[in-house]
Write a protein that binds this ligand. Structure first.
Ligand code: ADP
Length: 763
């Protein structure tokens, strides 16, 4: 487990604060040490600087004293040997200068010649001269003594001696006594920090002046460690022990003029104290930072922990599916999580509601499915891989009397599979086939049921899971018992029927043979009839011509003999004979059309129609009729003579059956059956030619009739004719492998059509 996997937020934040502060702390410590060392070095430099300044101040003081001495040494009275006057002058200088404690004059023999503090003329003792005095006489240059006790003052003094030259020789040494206090004052004036020790040391290392307890130490030698340092360098710093016995850091500087030195000792303790104080301040600052950081971390950790814990309740409520309220929290992220929990709870509730709805729908669908399965007249059942029944429908139960513990909802109960008590049964042979092949099989089965033996058309298919894995068998069996019975009946019926058909076929064969012979007889009779009618018509012509001839002769020769009635009869005979001739002509034409050969070929309908119009020119002119033939009539595969006959009959009828007081108007055009959708024969190899008039029209019920021979719709007096014209049209068109017909409305003109095989012409 990771180290802080279960640590609280507070601990983690505290650790974070520590982790943030420790590097800073280390850096601060290093910096501190560096600064401390730098501070020490700087302090040493500063102290040496101070010592240097003090050396200069001491030098300047001593040089001032020396200058006073040199001035005195040049005094006239001295040169003149007027000692009394010189004594008086010197006394004044001692009193007024403030520099000198005393002035003495010594000769070569170390005899005191003058003492300013004694009355002139008093006997002066011989004093052993000091080394610096001897130096004055030997070098002729000023010299300064170290401190020494003079009984007169009962305290140490120093003496600055200058040579007094008489006639080029050092005659005297003039010494000016100076109290070390002056130098002490110089040291004190520097205002050194408390505890710091400053001392003026002569060239031998003897203490000349001191800022602390000079009365005790002036005249003493410096400590050996300092003496050692002074002897090795002109300036510097070293660790040493003060005369008081305290450890000090001493910095010193030598005077180049006098070779004296000033040393300043700083107690090591105070230095350490400063460092300790700085350290303590730093530590205190760090500690404060630590404490502040830790307190803040603790407080913030507490707030975060509180905010996180506050989410626990809503999270549990969310888990239970209860409604969630956003808890009051102090952390933005926790507030966001809270809001997300509220949102999630709403979504969950919505989802739950949808889920319940779906469940209800599912239950309903299941019930419906159950109902559908139960209502099915077929047997429906499911088996598992071992042949155990999983589901059977009601039809199955009714027929087999087995009532497995079925459940309407289909939800499983303990110890049951899909709500059904499995019916133990090892897989049957067809089941095994389905399970082995994984394919649907169909077969018929005869089964003993509660209602007796029944036949079923069984279909068994592999039952597969969503993943396509075979999990059992799904079977449906339809009761085909009645079908089977019907089938047997049908078989029986078929046998009977076959027998009957055989009988009927025999009867039909006999009847057909009879019909064929009748047909032959009819054809024979027909041809005889046609031959007879032709013969009759033909033979009738001769007597008819006779009647016509005699009637004409009678009219010509005996018109005057006969009265009006006789003449009228005569006219009628002539007229009837003419009509009869016409009738015979028509009959002969019709008969000829039936019997004669009709060779077919390429016939231009344009040519045919032009010829017809030419033939009927007289009639057209007489009736003031208009005949419009649309251009480019096609070529047809037909017989030209027959075509002339057909269109002449149609056009002459159109002219004849014109309405009274109406100018006949006839239009002829052609259209392919494809251009006339809905027409009876839409054979693309036929062309339809229309002959339209604006005549009297034909009643709808009569339109079939008029194509039969001798069928006429009008009285002879109104519209004369034989009733053969359209019969000829029909016969001729049929013989040319075509059709004809009419579309008409009584009183509104007629449109006769003729369809003939078209000959495609190149465009
Ligand atoms: P016919 O013209 O000699 O009487 P058809 O066979 O030519 O004999 O015609 C039969 C009948 O069909 C006619 O008597 C007439 O009543 C009717 N008919 C033929 N053509 C037309 C037409 N264009 N308009 C009106 N009726 C017609």
């Amino acid at each position: 487990m990771p180290l802080f996997s279960q640590a609280s937020v507070r601990i983690l934040l505290l650790l974070l604060v520590l982790a943030c502060l420790v590097p800073g702390l280390t850096g601060a410590a290093v910096l501190f040490v560096h600064q401390y060392q730098e501070g020490r070095a700087q302090q040493e430099r500063d102290t040496i600087q101070t010592a240097r300044a003090l050396v200069q101040a001491v030098d300047s003081h001593l040089l001032r004293v020396q200058a006073v001495g040199e001035t005195l040494a040049l005094e006239n009275s001295l040169a003149q040997g007027d000692m009394a006057r010189f004594h008086a002058h010197v006394r004044k200088v001692v009193e007024t200068s403030g520099l000198a404690a005393n002035v003495v004059l010594r000769d070569k023999d170390e005899q005191l010649v003058l003492n300013a503090l004694q009355e002139f003329g008093a006997s002066l003792p011989v004093q052993p001269s000091r080394a610096h005095v001897r130096r004055v006489f030997s070098t002729g240059k000023p010299a300064i003594s170290g401190p020494y006790i003079v009984h007169q003052f009962n305290q140490p003094i120093i003496s600055v001696d200058v040579p007094v030259m008489v006639r080029g020789q050092v005659a005297y040494s003039l010494g000016i006594s100076v109290f070390p206090e002056h130098l002490n004052a110089i040291l004190k004036l520097q205002n050194l920090q408390p505890g710091w020790v400053a001392a003026v040391l002569d060239e031998t290392g003897t203490v000349v002046a001191r800022n602390i307890t000079p009365e005790k130490f002036v005249g003493n030698k410096a400590t050996p460690s300092l003496l050692q340092a002074l002897s090795t360098s002109r300036e510097g710093s070293s660790e040493s022990i003060s005369l008081e016995g305290t450890a000090v850091q001493t910095s010193f500087s030598h005077s180049s003029a006098t070779n004296w030195a000033v040393a300043i000792g700083i107690p090591t303790k105070s230095l350490q104290e400063a460092m300790i104080i700085s350290l303590a301040r730093l530590a205190a600052g760090i500690a404060v930072m630590f404490i502040v950081g830790l307190v803040l971390a603790w407080a913030m950790g507490g707030r975060i922990a509180h905010s996180v814990r506050a989410l626990t309740g809503p999270a549990i409520a969310l888990g239970r599916g209860e409604s969630v309220q956003a808890p009051p929290v102090h952390v933005k992220e926790a507030a966001e999580v809270g809001a997300a929990l509220v949102n999630a709870s709403q979504l969950l509730r919505q989802h739950n509601a949808e889920l319940q709805e779906r469940e209800a729908e599912l239950a309903q669908a299941h019930t419906r499915l159950r109902d559908v399965i139960d209502s099915s007249p077929a047997l429906i059942y499911l088996k598992d891989m071992h042949g155990k029944y999983l589901i059977v429908n009601r039809t199955y139960e009714n027929l087999f009397g087995r009532i497995p513990n079925r459940m309407a909802t289909g939800r499983g109960e303990p110890g049951q599979e899909n709500g059904y008590t499995p019916h133990e049964e090892s897989p049957s042979f067809p089941d095994l086939e389905v399970l082995e092949k994984g394919q649907t099989i169909q077969f018929e089965e005869k089964i003993e049921t509660t209602e007796g033996v029944k036949y079923f058309a069984v279909s068994k298919a592999p039952l597969r899971s969503h993943e396509g894995q075979m999990i059992g068998i799904c079977a449906a069996a339809v009761d085909i018992t009645s079908l089977k019975l019907a089938e047997a009946q049908v078989r029986e019926l078929v046998a009977t029927l076959e027998k009957r058909v055989e009988q009927r076929t025999e009867e039909l064969r006999v009847a057909n043979a009879r019909l064929l012979s009748v047909n032959d007889q009819l054809i024979e009779a027909n041809s005889q009839l046609e031959a007879f009618s032709y013969t009759v018509a033909h033979d009738l012509r001769a007597p008819l011509r006779g009647i016509q001839g005699f009637a004409d002769a009678l009219a010509e020769d005996y018109a005057g003999v006969l009265d009006a009635t006789g003449n009228d009869y005569l006219k009628r005979i002539s007229k009837a004979a003419m009509r009869m001739e016409q009738l015979i002509d028509d009959l002969l034409s019709f008969s000829r059309l039936t019997r004669m050969e009709l060779p077919l070929g390429d016939v231009s309908l344009d040519d045919v129609l032009q010829q017809v119009v030419l033939n009927l020119g007289t009639q057209i002119q007489a009736g003031h009729a208009t005949v419009k033939i649309e251009p480019h009539l096609p070529h047809v595969h037909a017989n030209k003579t027959a075509c002339l006959q057909v269109f002449q009959n149609l056009l002459s009828n159109a002219l004849k059956f014109a309405r009274e007081n109406t100018q006949a108007s006839i239009r002829i055009w052609a259209e392919t059956p494809l251009e006339a959708p809905g027409v009876e024969h839409n054979n693309p190899e036929l062309v339809r030619i229309w002959v339209e008039d604006n005549g009297i029209g034909i009643p709808v019920g009569q339109q079939e009739r008029i194509f039969r021979p001798f069928e006429r719709l009008n009285g002879m007096s109104e519209y004369p004719g034989s009733g053969i014209g359209l019969a000829i049209v029909d016969k001729a068109v049929r013989r040319m492998h075509g059709h004809c017909g009419v579309e008409s409305e009584f009183g509104a003109g007629s449109r006769f059509w003729v369809e003939l095989p078209v000959i495609a012409t190149e465009a």
